[in-house]
Design a protein. Structure first.
Length: 440
């Protein structure tokens, strides 16, 4: 179940020199120290951490450079020998720290025990975890200038159990209706995938007795007796002591008030002139709807009882107004949506006229010279001025003002022509689209 890891750094020797490629200075110091142990092609940190030559090399380098580069603090290595352990098994953590002014290190094992401490730049710390769980073990290194660096590694501690506990998860958890009425049944369905499942429990979040079972697949129903929001929690536990959870939220409302929302609120124009009317349209979906209220933003209000309506209101003063729609039901619930309208004192500024060439196609893209070819086009533009087609064969352009239609053309010579349609609106904007025609 447990796995071990070793960290390797390649060292290439050529004569009496080391080839250190794209490595920073601190890492190079470790490589130099490792090279003192002998001519090797690969060195495992775990096998040499206790060698005095590495630690003394780092310390000697620190003494030589401490005067000018004290901020160079780096954790080069912090690695557990095994990242999955059983309860009571000793965990080993190897570390290597580079700093010209190193002071000390501390390790927090994340299990409430005392921190391990030391002053050696290279070494190994050991610890035993007494409980099953996932632990985030953190190494913090300090130097004499007050700088610190941190690295965290995750350790999994499992119980003494047979092999096969790796597969343990909640595949699905479904609540049929997330909004229900008081005393209405809520249906919960779930599937668990686990090699050695011992039990599952479901807490419906209302203080009722938890439901306990051991099947891999189950469907349950439950009724809530009071309105509110409840969190349904499913927990699954296996023989290794691993517990996984999944949650869903349910909203319980009074009968007849389960659905209450504003489907849409639309404003016909978001810019108008003073004295003009703003027009809104809306639809409300509600089981127990009682009334709506519109606050136009200029101090006036309007109420009604229709679920769907179109309303108009005249604004006489320039400014920006927030129009709010409120919807109420018999349970006292209130929902709101709003839109904004800008009212100008004179007239709205000219807005850009959007246009698009939806279609421009040749019905015979391959033809012979002097044979009539038909082209169709569709233009979407609220302010079209004109269009024209450049046939690219030296013949005169064709012009028009209709938004859709069909035109024909006889090409005067052989060749490939990129026929181009240009569209211009009343604001001077021009768009184009082309098709290829091959005459041979």
């Amino acid at each position: 179940m447990a796995s071990s890891h070793s960290s390797f750094i390649p060292v290439h020797r050529g004569g009496n020199t080391l080839s250190l490629i794209t490595m920073n200075t601190n890492l190079a110091l470790v490589i130099v120290a490792l090279s003192l142990l002998g001519s090797i092609a690969q060195v495992s940190f775990g096998s040499v951490l206790q060698q005095p030559s590495l630690s003394s090399s780092l310390s000697r380098t620190a003494e030589e450079t401490c005067d000018g580069s004290c901020d160079n603090l780096e954790i080069l290595l912090f690695q557990p020998v095994k990242d999955t352990l059983e309860v009571g098994e000793t965990a080993h953590f190897d570390h290597a720290i580079a700093s010209p002014c190193f002071k000390e290190w501390k390790i927090d094992f994340d299990d409430g025990s005392d921190k391990a401490m030391g002053t050696n730049q290279v070494g190994r710390a050991s610890h035993q975890f007494s409980k099953v769980g996932k632990y985030h073990v953190k190494l913090t290194a300090y130097d004499s200038r007050g700088n610190k660096r941190c690295v965290t590694r995750t350790i999994h501690v499992v119980g003494d159990c047979p092999a096969g506990c790796d597969r343990h998860k909640i595949k699905s958890m479904v609540v049929d209706d997330r909004v229900v009425a008081v005393d209405e049944s809520v249906k919960l369905s779930f599937k668990i995938s686990s090699d050695r499942l011992t039990k599952w429990t479901v807490d419906f979040g209302d203080g009722s007795t938890e439901v306990v079972g051991s099947s891999m697949e189950e469907s349950l129903t439950h009724k809530y007796t009071a309105i509110g929001k409840y969190k349904i929690t499913l927990k699954a536990e296996n023989e290794c002591g691993e517990v996984i959870r999944k949650c869903k939220e349910v909203t319980v409302q009074k009968p007849g008030c389960c659905v209450h929302k504003i489907k849409y609120l639309k404003l016909k124009k978001n810019e108008i002139s003073a004295g003009d009317r703003a027009e809104i349209s809306f639809q409300i979906i509600s089981d127990g709807f009682t009334a709506y209220e519109v606050r136009w933003g200029d101090g006036t209000e309007q109420t009604g009882e229709d679920l769907k309506d179109t309303l108009r209101h005249r604004f006489n003063t320039a400014g920006e107004y927030k129009i709010k729609l409120f919807a109420y039901n018999r349970c006292g619930d209130k929902v709101v949506k709003f839109v904004k309208v800008r009212v100008y004192g004179d007239c709205p500024p000219r807005r850009r006229c959007e246009q698009e060439i939806e279609k421009f196609a040749a019905h015979s893209p391959r033809c012979r010279p002097r044979v009539e070819v038909y082209f169709s086009f569709v233009i979407d533009s609220p302010c079209l001025d004109k269009w024209w087609i450049d046939w690219k064969d030296g013949s005169p352009k064709t012009y028009g003002t209709k938004k859709y239609g069909r035109v024909s053309h006889d090409f005067t010579r052989s060749g490939t022509f990129w026929v181009k349609l240009y569209v211009k609106n009343t604001q001077g904007d021009i768009q184009s689209k082309h098709v290829r025609v091959r005459a041979s």
